[in-house]
Design a protein around this ligand. Structure first.
Ligand code: PLP
Length: 437
């Protein structure tokens, strides 16, 4: 079993009828730091890193990267850096966070389908190791900016491999009609532009990312087969020696009891089997998981407030957070599992719907979950919120963003401070003519 197959952080235990994670009681954490509170379990995070490293240990040219868009904060970057991971970044903000955290920037890949000139310039100044070039416009722009600096950029070409994997439409990226990457029929054109025209681009290989929350290993096998085939065709046609392929991220996690994602060993087997079957060379494989690295390590604590029993209908329990700290349920019907932090196993259970506090009817975190009777003031723990929660959070309804703590060995440390009311107005500006005299 690997960590992404666990519903809860792997240190989760019940002591004196209280859920503990990383040796810390959840109700104590809620009391100390307030709610909503993101909690990240360091041991779970480091364990999935080891799962990935062990799974791929027999493949000698493997480079592990963390897709930082899943959760990019300085402390998390420090942990992944200590674990030997590189980083996939998609914005100036992620690049800056990674740079400021002391990472060797040659271990960073800059990715994205519409990088601005400013972001490209920043990435070149930081000396990022690879650019994943997404489209013709970007190739031209990157070459121009690199030429002005008299340097050359090492690049991969992002391709759309034409693989449909069974996941939500919004998190599927590899199908033929996608906003990301070059269509396979455009590859020869871009490669010859790079060779003949773009003197400041140095092509190293290809990049694909077929989607997220993937459970079918066949998709990864097919992806690798396509990458191998495209690379060898380019090498043959143009007399090149490309030897790098970035296969993206996408491994699924267990949000609810009915999810059964594959483990990292079987993922490694699918990838290396395809490699050995289709490739004579042993190219460098970049892997860039995001969700499966950080999701399981994170939980969110909420305090229950009002409740409403619809006559002959649902019972709603409202919590003090919702779609602004976790937009996934309202955005793509994502499912989550939750427990009551105190007496989670009490047998007096009822079916409730956990509603958020935001002014949208769609702000429902979990529909129809069986929980012990919840009273106002009770702490509810929603599992698997490490990925794409804080990183997608907003200030909707002008609510302060939540704090985040790192727990380990019964210790808890703040890694993101809770926003204050003054933080909320700190970027506001009032034109003189509107000032109250
Ligand atoms: C989002 C993304 C990832 C990470 O995907 P997960 O499903 O979170 O593992 C990796 N590579 C690219 C190019 C991405 O856009």
């Amino acid at each position: 079993m690997s960590v992404n197959q666990s519903l809860k952080p792997i240190t989760t235990e019940i002591i004196n009828n209280q859920i503990h994670i990383g040796g810390c009681s959840l109700t104590e954490l809620a009391k100390k730091y307030g709610t909503p509170l993101y909690v990240i379990d360091e041991h779970t995070l480091r364990s999935i890193c080891n799962d990935y490293k062990n799974a791929f240990k027999d493949y000698k040219n493997i480079k592990m990267m963390y897709a930082s868009k899943a959760l990019c904060t300085s402390a998390v970057v420090r942990i992944l850096d200590e674990e030997g991971f590189g980083f996939d970044a998609v914005s100036a903000g992620e690049l800056y966070t990674i740079y400021k955290s002391g990472v060797d920037m040659t271990k960073v890949l800059f990715n994205g389908n519409n990088k601005s000139a400013r972001e490209i310039e920043l990435a070149l100044n930081y000396g990022v190791g690879r650019f994943s070039v997404d489209n013709f416009y970007e190739a031209e722009l990157l070459n121009k900016i690199a030429a002005e600096k008299n340097i050359s950029a090492d690049i991969l070409l992002r391709i759309t491999p034409g693989i449909e994997c069974h996941t939500h439409d919004y998190i599927q990226t590899g199908q033929t009609d996608s906003k990301f990457g070059f269509d396979l029929t455009q590859l020869n054109e871009i490669v010859s532009l790079i060779i003949n025209k773009y003197d400041n681009l140095n092509l190293k290989g290809l990049h694909a990312h077929i989607g997220s929350q993937i459970f079918e290993l066949q998709s990864f096998y097919d992806e690798v087969a396509i990458l191998v085939k495209e690379i060898s065709e380019i090498n043959k046609t143009f007399g090149l020696k490309l030897d790098e392929m970035n296969i993206g991220g996408g491994l699924g996690v267990k949000y609810t009891n009915s999810d059964n994602p594959p483990n990292t060993i079987d993922l490694a087997k699918a990838v290396t089997d395809a490699m050995h079957k289709y490739s004579v060379e042993i190219p460098t494989i970049y892997l860039e998981p995001g969700r499966s690295i950080i999701s399981t390590a994170g939980v969110t604590l909420y305090t229950a407030g009002s409740s409403k029993q619809v006559p002959d209908g649902k019972k709603y329990i409202a919590v003090d957070g919702g779609m602004a700290d976790n937009p996934r349920p309202s955005m793509y019907q994502a499912k989550y599992y939750a427990e009551k932090a105190k007496n989670p196993d009490s047998d007096k259970k009822e079916t409730v719907t956990i509603a958020g506090r935001y002014c949208e009817s769609g702000d429902i975190l979990i529909e129809d979950i069986e929980l012990p009777v919840i009273k106002e003031g009770d702490i509810i723990c929603v599992y698997n919120t490490g990925a794409y929660n804080y990183s997608m959070a907003s200030n909707y309804n002008r609510v302060e963003k939540s704090a985040m703590v790192l727990v380990n060995n019964s210790q808890s440390d703040i890694i993101i401070n809770r926003e204050t009311l003054d933080d909320l107005i700190s970027h506001d500006s009032i034109p003189d003519r509107l000032r109250k005299q």
